[in-house]
Every structure is written in C-alpha cells, then in structure tokens.
Design a protein around this ligand. Structure first.
Ligand SMILES: [Fe+2]
Length: 360
C-alpha cells in the first residue's frame, strides 16, 4: 500500500469518503479564495436567462406550454390538456430534425461514425495520462464550495425518503483552472471530436468557455433513477478519474432512446397525466416501464479505465449505475450550453452555409 505522501489527489479524496466527508463539505473559513465569485462579463450574460426562469416559474401551466413550447427549460408539458395531445412528440421530432442538421457539416470520412453517435446518443474515447491535471483536482476541493448539481439524497417519487449514505458534491473550478483544463483536453483531442460533440448537443459547437466541475459521488441519489434531462438534445461530458467497474456507479445509457420521440413523449405525457410528483421536471422510468425500456433499448454501462471520456445526449434515458464499492466515484464533468430550437436552427444553418462555401 502506498504511503499517503505518495498518493495522488484522487486517491487522497477516495480516503476521505465516506468517513471523513466533513472535511470535503465544510463551508469553513479554511477555504482558500480563488476567483469564483468575482463579477464578470460571463456572469452578466446570465442575467436575462435568470429573469426568464423567474418569469417562467410564475406562469400557469397552459401559458407555459404556449409561450415556452420550443424552450429547453420547458422540460415537459405543464398542462394535462397538452399532455393528451402530440405536443411533446412533435416538438421532440422537430428538435431531432434540427439537431440532425449538424450531420450536414461533417466531412465524408467521418460521416458514418458521427451519424452513429447521433443515433446512439453517446460517444466515447480514452484520454491518456491525466496526471498534468492532478494538482487542480486536489486544489478545487479546498477552494470551491460544493453543490449537489441536481443529485439529491432521495428519489424524486414524492416520498422524500432520505437515502442512507448518499453523498454527492460537485466542485466548480475557477476560471483560471477551467482554462487550463480546456487547454489540456484540446491538446489531446482528435479532429472528429467537435463533430461528435455537435451531433449530441444538437447544434454546431466546440469545447470552448466550458465550466468544469469535479464530481464526487457515493451511494445512491436521485440520478440513480433512469431519466431524461429534458425533451431536447443537450450534451454532457464525463471523464473518469479512476478505473470504473460495474460496482463503481458507472454512467448508464439506453442506447437509441433519444431518437425515439414517440417513446420519450409517451412516457412524459403519462407522467404528467398521472400527476407524477416530478412530472414538471425530468421524466423518470420506474417499475414495468423501466423493464420494458431496457428490453427495447440496449442498456450500455460505461465501465472503463481512468481517462475514459464519455459524451452523451442526456435527453436520452440515462442514470448513475449502482454503487457497490467502498470508494466514491470521482469524475470531471461539464455540460455544453443548452439552446432552444430556434437558436439551434440558426446556428446550424449558418454552419452549413459556411461549410458549403469553404468546400468550393
Ligand atoms: Fe441526468
């Protein structure tokens, strides 16, 4: 066994969970200050979306369904009236069509591979040697106050029963560290990466101005339930910082569930009509619905070595796999900016025009 002096940052964090989690979560004065909370132009740009979200919250369901039908924040129909129609299926089909425009800008030699990513809903590859980032992983837990980032210590079934030994903490990196991580990753990517990323996000995009977080997860949480994040394509990335087996809560995904608008919207509509306590947010599959879905779509469990990079369109069904290990799962996470239907359409049309012009 290594002496603690020889352990890397991830191994040191592993030793702190679950018995020593106080030292990971304390919002105490020992936290070093890094420029996380500084006023910045980036934060100023978030004000309009903050106001829109507040306005959205106070609207009656049927008005939300009319005004926000194309918005990515409107995760499922709010009214039973629209849940009884093809409203959600039609907007999901439109989102899939608009997202598929990203495939038109893909060079011929990558077409088949990227189309496969688009259909399946995920893409993986290996990043070799993350040791250059090790110091940053050790530092972020000392300067950043963790958030739960949506992983709650109870299932979203309305019962609010606390899950024993559930721990989830997401530490956001400082702007400076985000830039260092981005530069490191960009230096280790192949040329096809942005095409895979765009096909999953639903619009032409690249790894730029990304906010990363270090995610430490132990036991089960609300993300252990199979769910879709929203009706429209969004891309999330996870880089494993340890070797992950089937016992270590691997990310799991129902391959091809994203592309099936009829299936996803039928599940969402059923949740809204039945008054599911979480129907206003991300649709969850439970019991027979979950068994049927696993029979219908291959369940992919992303086990692999440290450095495995998983990109996924999380409007397809996914979950945190079961955790049966004494070690926490530690990943480097990020999400590509979520965009609504019209914004995706505009970006994709401009990208297609540029691609066609450059080809000539
Ligand atoms: Fe999710």
């Amino acid at each position: 066994m290594k002496s603690s002096y020889n352990l890397n940052s991830i191994e040191k964090i592993e030793l702190m969970v679950p018995d020593n989690i106080d030292s990971l979560t304390n919002n105490n004065l020992n936290k070093e200050k890094k420029p996380l909370s500084k006023f910045s132009y980036k934060k100023l740009k978030l004000i309009p979306s903050f106001i829109i979200k507040k306005f959205y919250k106070i609207l009656p369901g049927i008005i939300k369904d009319i005004l926000f039908w194309s918005s990515v924040i409107h995760k499922s129909p709010s009214s039973k009236f629209f849940a009884k129609t093809k409203y959600d299926e039609l907007r999901s089909i439109l989102d899939i069509k608009v997202s598929s425009l990203t495939l038109l800008g893909v060079p011929n030699n990558l077409k088949e591979e990227v189309s496969n990513t688009f259909r399946s809903g995920f893409y993986t590859f290996n990043l070799l040697n993350l040791s250059d980032l090790d110091t940053l992983f050790g530092e972020v837990v000392s300067y950043s106050n963790p958030s739960h980032a949506g992983a709650r210590p109870y299932f979203k079934d309305g019962r609010n029963e606390k899950i024993e030994d559930s721990f989830s903490a997401y530490y956001d990196f400082s702007n400076e560290d985000n830039q260092r991580i981005t530069t490191f990753i960009l230096n280790n990517l192949d040329k096809g990466f942005n095409h895979h990323l765009s096909s999953l996000a639903g619009y032409r995009c690249k790894l730029d101005e990304i906010s990363f977080s270090l995610a430490i997860v132990y036991g089960e949480n609300s993300n252990s339930e199979m769910h879709q994040d929203t009706y429209a394509s969004i891309a999330k990335g996870f880089i494993y910082l340890q070797d992950i087996t089937e016992k270590d809560a691997p990310f799991e995904y129902l391959e091809g569930s994203y592309i099936d608008a009829a299936f996803r919207s039928s599940q969402t509509n059923k949740a809204v009509i039945n008054g599911d306590p979480d129907s206003t947010t991300s649709t969850r599959l439970r019991g027979k619905d979950l068994d049927d879905a696993i029979n219908q779509y291959p369940l992919i469990s992303f086990t692999g070595k440290k450095g495995l990079f998983v990109l996924a369109n999380t409007s397809g069904y996914h979950r945190k796999g079961p955790h049966n290990s004494s070690k926490p799962r530690i990943t480097l996470n990020f999400e590509i900016k979520r965009r609504g239907l019209f914004s995706k359409l505009l970006i994709n049309l401009v990208a297609i025009i540029k691609f066609k012009l450059l080809k000539k």
